[in-house]
Design a protein around this ligand. Structure first.
Ligand code: AMP
Ligand code: GLY
Length: 416
């Protein structure tokens, strides 16, 4: 079959890599892709938001299955449009994607269905938000309602920081209409876990758990990034906790969405904080996580295509399962100097041809003549495995040490 993967990050390279191992797949296209996906797929230069052009391409090239990486096309309704045009696509409808597209919607949804989540209040007025902030304890978390490319969540330890975040979102309109409303949320202390399932709207297949590392510096210091490393599985999630997550979060989420007329086909990603052994939802995503997908795909032994084909065909995945390799997988993200702040592009990357024992998933890269050069903040996701987390981490860092470019930085403590 012919597959189209939409996106150009490390997550999409990992999906292309995994799809390329499936005996069901003859040909992969990636739009727009990156130099890493180009090794396994044919890159086609169509933007992820250009839904009509993507559908035209899929019809013309008789694509059997489209898999969508990023959230933006999902919240714009790519799945609805593809289905209207008779195309099979894996992902939630526009209504389903609102789970990520609006934090106000997802917070109200969780309250309605009794899904554990941090206490929070919704505001459209900066003055009212500040009045409320004065009356509660710090730290607290301010969140823009809509999509903000991972920049719409601010953890505030001081009241001035909270006021500034309110002003930036509601008054300065840094995120445009994504900041029409904000949530002022209780800060939760605990261990974060990324938990993803493939859902057909009724039944689901859990993927292995993963741990993302958002802050830029070792020891979880500094500002948040899109994620500078991840490993799978998360040792925090015992079988007992897994049972709680499924019963209290996943089951009511899928059932709640179905009863709201938002039947959910695709990946549900629950961003969880484990507080004293109890799962609490920080956020939902309507797609695979990045960088979690890199170690998750590397750990997956079975084929991911069959459940995706069934889900896209609106068939049941009941009874299907996915097999996993033993041990742990670790992905270390190598980033441009300055990221998550301003950074330069176009630095020549060396050492990419000698990466035995793992895979280097490319993200912010570009071909320049014969060289692969940096072209984004998160540049590479160096992924390896081991019998223990420490061994997987050592193996990944061995590969990292062979790769270089001017100004690169990465965390030294992923999986350690
Ligand atoms: P979100 O996009 O909502 O997942 O937020 C991004 C990151 O901010 C999360 O991965 C957490 O690290 C952090 N975060 C979000 N909400 C909270 C909260 N209520 N308490 C503590 N940290 C949070
Ligand atoms: N790694 C977090 C995310 O994909 O949103």
């Amino acid at each position: 079959m012919k597959i189209l993967i939409v996106g150009n990050g490390g997550r999409e390279h990992a999906l292309v890599w995994k799809a390329s191992l499936s005996p069901l797949v003859d040909k992969i296209y990636c739009t727009p892709g990156n130099p890493g996906t180009a090794e396994l797929a044919e890159n086609i230069d169509i933007a992820v938001e250009d839904i009509e052009a993507l559908a035209d391409f899929s019809l013309k090239n008789r694509i059997d299955l489209t898999i969508v990486g990023p959230e933006v096309p999902l919240t714009l309704g790519i799945v609805d449009r593809f289905e209207e045009r008779g195309l099979a696509i894996f992902g939630p409808s526009k209504l389903g994607a609102e789970l990520e597209g609006s934090k106000v919607f997802s917070k109200n949804f969780m309250k309605k269905y009794g899904i554990p989540t941090a206490a929070s209040e919704i505001f459209v007025s900066a003055d009212k938000a500040k009045e409320y902030i004065k009356s509660v304890n710090l730290p607290l978390v301010i969140k823009a309602d809509g999509l903000a490319a991972g920049k719409g969540v601010v953890i505030c330890h001081k009241i001035e920081e909270a006021f500034e975040a309110v002003d930036t979102i509601l008054l300065d309109r840094q995120f445009g209409s994504a900041g029409d409303k904000i949530l002022v949320e209780q800060f939760l202390d605990g261990v974060e876990v990324s938990f993803m399932v493939l859902s057909d709207g009724q039944d689901f297949i859990p993927l292995v758990t993963a741990k993302d590392h958002k802050p830029v510096y070792d020891g979880n210091k500094g500002p948040n990034t899109g994620g500078l490393g991840a490993y799978a599985p998360s040792p925090t999630v015992t079988p007992e906790l897994m049972k709680k997550i499924i019963e209290r979060v996943i089951r009511p989420t899928i059932d709640g969405l179905a009863s709201e007329g938002r039947l959910y086909r695709g990946v549900i990603y629950a961003g969880l904080m484990i507080c004293d052994g109890e799962p609490v939802v920080l956020e939902y995503n309507c797609r695979f996580g990045d960088p979690e997908t890199q170690p998750i795909m590397f750990k997956m032994k079975g084929d991911i295509i069959p459940p995706m084909v069934k889900i896209a065909a609106h068939q049941s995945i009941k009874g299907l399962d996915i097999e996993w390799h033993e041990g742990y997988t670790v992905c270390i993200v190598m980033a441009s100097g300055g990221y998550p702040g301003a950074y330069e592009k176009g630095k020549v990357i060396s050492g990419l041809d000698d990466v035995g024992g793992g895979v280097v998933f490319q993200a912010g890269t570009k071909l320049s003549g014969k060289n692969i050069v940096t072209n984004g903040g998160r540049v590479l996701g160096v992924t390896s495995r081991g019998a223990t987390l420490a061994e997987a981490s050592d193996n990944a860092y061995k590969i990292v040490s062979k790769i270089s470019w001017d100004g690169l930085h990465y965390r030294r403590d992923i999986g350690r």
